[in-house]
Write a protein that binds this ligand. Structure first.
Ligand code: ACO
Length: 384
């Protein structure tokens, strides 16, 4: 489909034609975490399924840009052909200007509209749904949708309840208008806002700015068991609903690519949905929870491992802070191999993951992170 004098025409579908990831090389093991937290390799593996995660030595924009470059090369598209950049995630360099404009500039995608989308861990999936709808409406011809996180920079590294769970990373897909019946064909998006207080990162935003808190000095409210239950419920119900709406059954799904917050959550969702674990893509062991980057990174790995067949059905259930949840049903197209490759790489990393984390820990103010400090007397207690 091309832009002509009548503008961009509406189309029926948005095919996924490019994909690429950017994983920072520094690996933080469970044993590294136990050098400064009261935790153990055994506890983390048995409770979460995680063995290691990545810590980035570059900015979130750099990771996002490289992932997008790789996705564009895979699709055989020039940056100047791009109509839309969606930056999905909770890791922004600044609130203004937005991060998507930084990626647009670094890519040289000078014709692209650029927007950030934050629904926490579901940001990439919500972004995929939004971009697909914009292509179907004829507003844009194509889009790059990115899921990216640099959580290591604002993690509360004194809190073992959360510090062991997260990692950094990025991945992106390119969507293009097509008349072929493929791409995102059905989705269920929702939000269990009654439980939004169960996951809150205190220290960011207008509730705190102007009160002397240094950005990055955070305190996390985190009710792991509540999130666990509601995540299983939200992802399972959304998956059943999206299958019902499409008149498909679990047997039609070739691969589930779920959000990877905890191996036990994934196993429960697979069981509720009636899909055996052999048909579930797992990255939680080596990358932990990368929030918005998790689903697209797993998608890229599934393609490079040859786990996605041409014209197969893929289910993508996810949940995140808010508590947002979703399940996406994607029909893959004919092509499962890249058209091209980007020659670009990240700059070399000269520090270990533990050194990178220790640098952040050394710069965090222990007083700024105390719950008392963030709740009183200057900080309004958040009730909802
Ligand atoms: N190391 C060692 N012990 C720990 C650790 C740790 N890192 N963290 C907690 N413990 C202790 C607790 O203090 C508790 O001790 P106690 O029994 O003496 O009180 C014990 O381990 C058990 O704690 P639980 O919270 O009951 O452990 P649970 O089995 O529920 O697992 C977990 C905790 C892994 C956080 C789980 O609840 C979970 O995965 N929840 C969902 C988390 C999630 O998905 N987060 C992401 C949300 S959205 C997004 O992706 C951004």
């Amino acid at each position: 489909m091309t832009r002509d004098s009548e503008g961009i025409k509406a189309t029926q579908y948005a095919a996924i034609t490019g994909w690429g990831s950017c994983m920072p090389p520094a690996v933080l093991s469970n044993n590294d975490l136990s050098t400064f937290l009261d935790t153990s390799d055994e506890w983390i593996i048995t409770r979460t399924g995680m063995k290691e995660r990545r810590i980035s030595h570059v900015s979130a924009t750099e990771m996002a840009t490289l992932a997008a470059k790789r996705a564009l090369a895979c699709a055989g598209l020039n940056p100047t052909d791009l109509d839309l950049v969606i930056y999905g995630g909770v890791s922004n360099e600044e609130l203004c200007p937005n991060s998507a404009s930084g990626v647009q500039f670094s890519l040289g995608a000078s014709n692209a509209a650029s927007m950030d989308l934050n629904t926490a861990c579901t940001s990439f999936c919500y972004g995929l749904a939004a971009a697909t709808a914009m292509i179907q409406a004829g507003q844009v011809r194509n889009a790059v949708v990115i899921g990216v996180e640099l959580i290591s920079r604002y993690m509360d590294w004194t809190n073992r309840n959360v510090a062991v769970l997260f990692g950094d990373g990025a991945a992106a897909v390119v969507l293009e208008a097509t008349d072929q019946e493929e791409g995102l064909l059905a989705s269920v998006l929702g939000c269990d806002a009654e439980a939004r207080h169960t996951l809150r990162v205190r220290g960011f935003g207008c509730s705190y700015s102007g009160y002397g808190i240094t950005l990055g000095d955070t305190f996390w409210d985190f009710d792991g068991q509540q999130i666990f239950k509601r995540a299983v419920l939200g992802m399972s119900r959304a998956s059943s609903e999206v299958l019902n709406r499409s008149a498909l059954t679990a047997d039609d799904i070739s691969l589930v690519i779920p959000h990877q917050a905890n191996l036990r959550i994934i196993e429960s969702v697979a069981k509720h949905t009636g899909i055996p674990m052999e048909r579930v893509m797992l990255t939680v062991e080596k990358y932990g929870n990368m929030s918005a980057a998790t689903v697209p990174v797993a998608l890229v790995e599934a393609l490079s491992e040859g786990r996605i067949e041409p014209n197969s059905w893929i289910l993508m259930p996810a949940f995140g802070g808010g508590l947002t949840y979703c399940s996406l049903l994607v029909k893959w197209g004919d092509r499962v191999t890249p058209l091209g490759e980007s020659p670009d790489e990240l700059p070399p990393c000269t520090e270990s993951a533990l050194e990178l984390v220790n640098r952040v820990r050394g710069n965090q103010d222990p007083h700024g992170r105390s719950k008392d400090g963030l709740l009183s007397p200057t900080f309004p207690e958040m009730r909802s």
